[in-house]
Every structure is written in structure tokens, then in C-alpha cells.
Design a protein. Structure first.
Length: 313
């Protein structure tokens, strides 16, 4: 019996202090022995199918894993919970979404948003911090099957891409893999990926993403992100956004990264060189991005109009 509890503790140590009743059976701890350890405080029931080791800390990671373990063998975090666990900005783990194959387990599960599917590719289920979770690219495709807007889905793709969790190749690969399943949301997912293309540069910050959304919502032409820009005297620098047709760039100035004497001096020198080369420069603050999007549009429209007049002169 003592050997059993040591094996139980060893396994639970890899699972944030949790273990399933099924795993106890596999170790060789029968129901009578299990109940004795529960009465002695060595184990405690966390759910009808999952137990915790006595003294194990109650952590957010443990609660997530317990929810997954309770769903059954082969289950994994999915949808917005998976994106949050991978660290994609803009998402939180709760309510907890869990996915499982319906041909493996079918028991009811409380306290979770349960998704049962016929096909869950093994290669798209990973372990992150000891918790089974679908890959970032599959989580994005799952998000496309929900009621979230195209803008929110696009921002999620950009955020995961910017953090190098996905790339154009993995996005198109999951499209091919799951297209045979007739998955809901696949068409708009594919359209958003195709619109970006293999050479796409995702926004490096939330401010850049919000700027792109302001243009999109207003029906304005988009700008290319992170473009190396040259003037008459050579390379000037990489600008945040550049117009596809006109000599117009937009620089997003945040308080965090563009305050203080030296950053202000460098910014001013670069803007001066851009303007000396005949480029219209739109300087936009984070306050305008978050609270005054109409001012952002006014500045961009005015710069584009000036550049168009100069080109026609």
C-alpha cells in the first residue's frame, strides 16, 4: 500500500498534484485502498473523477488541468482557453473550454464548456505547463467556428503570428488538414489567412493592431506594416505603417516607448529625415488610438490628400 501511494505521489507531481481515479486503478490502488487514503487525508476528491494529493497547492494551473482530466482520456484545453494558455493577448482561460473525441468518452462534465468532436488530430494536441492543450493554430480555427467577429479573429491571428506561435505555413496546413472534416468557420478563416499572404508582417504591438482596425472599420485603404524606408541620403529606418500607393507613413507613438529625452530626439530626427525626403509623416499617440479614433482618421486622410495633390502637381 505504501508503494502505491508513493507511485501516486510521483505521478501527481507531474500533474500539478492531481490524479484521476482511472490512473489510480492503473497503478494498482483499488477502491478500498483509495477510500482509506481519502479518509486519512492523503487524497481528496476534487471532482467525481479526479483526486488531489493532500497538501498540494490550489493553483490556477491545477484547476485547469483538473478540468481537462475530468473530461476524460485524450481531452485538451481548446478555443479561447487554449489561446489564453498559450499567452495570446486578448484572451482569458475562463470559462474553460475543453475538447474531446466523442468516441472515447461521453460522460457529462460540470463547470466547463465541453466540445465533442469526431476528429481531433493527435499532432495538434500539445502539453504546455503540464496541461494538454490544442495547438495555437487549431485554437484559432476553433475560434473561427464561434460567433466572434472577423475583426477579433483577425486580431487573434495577428497576435499569435506576432508572437511566433503560428506562421503562414502552419495556418494553411491546418486549413488543409481540417477541410476534409467540413469544419464550421473554415471559409472565413481561410479568407483571413489568404488576405494576409505569406509575406505578411503582423503588428508588433496592440497599438499597431488597433490602428489597423481603425482604418478597416472606417473603410479606409490599409497600410503595410513595418516597412524599411529610404530617403535621398539612404536608409532612414523601419516605419510602423506605410501607404501602398502614396508617400505617407504613420508612426504610432506610445508613452512607454516614446517618452524621455533620447527617444524624443531620435524620433524627431527620423521624422525630419522622412519629411525632407518628401514623405508625409502622420504621428499618432496611444491616447488617440484608444480614445479618439476619429482624430486618427482625420490625420491619415489629410496626409493622404496632401500626398495625392503633390503627386498630381
Amino acid at each position: 500500500m505504501q508503494d502505491h501511494i508513493e507511485r501516486v505521489r510521483s505521478l501527481a507531481a507531474t500533474q500539478h498534484g492531481a490524479i484521476t481515479a482511472e490512473q489510480l486503478n492503473e497503478i494498482g490502488m483499488g477502491r478500498h485502498s483509495r477510500d482509506n487514503h481519502v479518509s486519512q487525508g492523503d487524497l481528496s476528491w476534487l471532482t467525481p473523477r479526479v483526486l488531489g494529493i493532500g497538501g498540494a497547492p490550489d493553483t490556477a494551473a491545477q484547476r485547469l488541468l483538473v478540468t481537462v482530466l475530468d473530461a476524460g482520456r485524450g481531452a485538451a484545453l481548446s478555443h479561447t482557453s487554449a489561446l489564453a494558455h498559450w499567452g495570446v493577448r486578448g484572451f482569458v482561460a475562463r470559462p474553460v473550454h475543453v475538447i474531446r473525441r466523442r468516441d472515447i468518452d461521453d460522460h457529462p462534465v460540470r463547470g466547463t464548456v465541453l466540445h465533442e468532436v469526431r476528429f481531433l488530430p493527435r499532432g495538434e494536441v500539445r502539453a504546455l505547463d503540464g496541461i494538454p492543450v490544442v495547438s495555437p493554430v487549431l485554437a484559432l480555427l476553433q475560434l473561427a467556428s464561434t460567433r466572434c467577429s472577423d475583426i477579433k479573429l483577425g486580431l487573434a491571428i495577428d497576435a499569435a503570428w506576432s508572437d511566433r506561435l503560428v506562421a503562414h505555413g502552419t495556418l494553411t496546413a491546418i486549413d488543409r488538414l481540417m477541410s476534409r472534416q467540413g469544419r464550421r468557420g473554415l471559409v472565413r478563416f481561410r479568407e483571413l489567412v489568404e488576405r494576409r499572404g505569406p509575406e505578411y508582417v503582423p503588428p508588433a504591438s496592440n497599438l499597431e493592431a488597433r490602428f489597423a482596425v481603425i482604418l478597416e472599420r472606417a473603410g479606409r485603404e490599409p497600410m503595410r506594416r513595418q516597412v524599411d524606408t529610404c530617403g535621398d541620403d539612404g536608409w532612414i529606418g523601419r516605419v510602423d505603417f506605410r501607404d501602398e500607393r502614396l508617400p505617407v507613413v504613420a508612426e504610432i507613438q506610445s508613452e512607454r516607448f516614446h517618452s524621455g529625452l533620447l527617444p524624443t530626439k531620435r524620433d524627431a530626427e527620423r521624422v525630419a529625415r522622412l519629411r525632407a525626403s518628401g514623405i508625409e509623416v502622420v504621428e499618432i499617440t496611444d491616447t488617440q488610438i484608444f480614445f479618439h479614433p476619429d482624430e486618427v482618421l482625420t490625420l491619415v486622410d489629410a496626409a493622404r490628400a496632401r500626398a495625392a495633390r503633390d503627386a498630381a502637381a
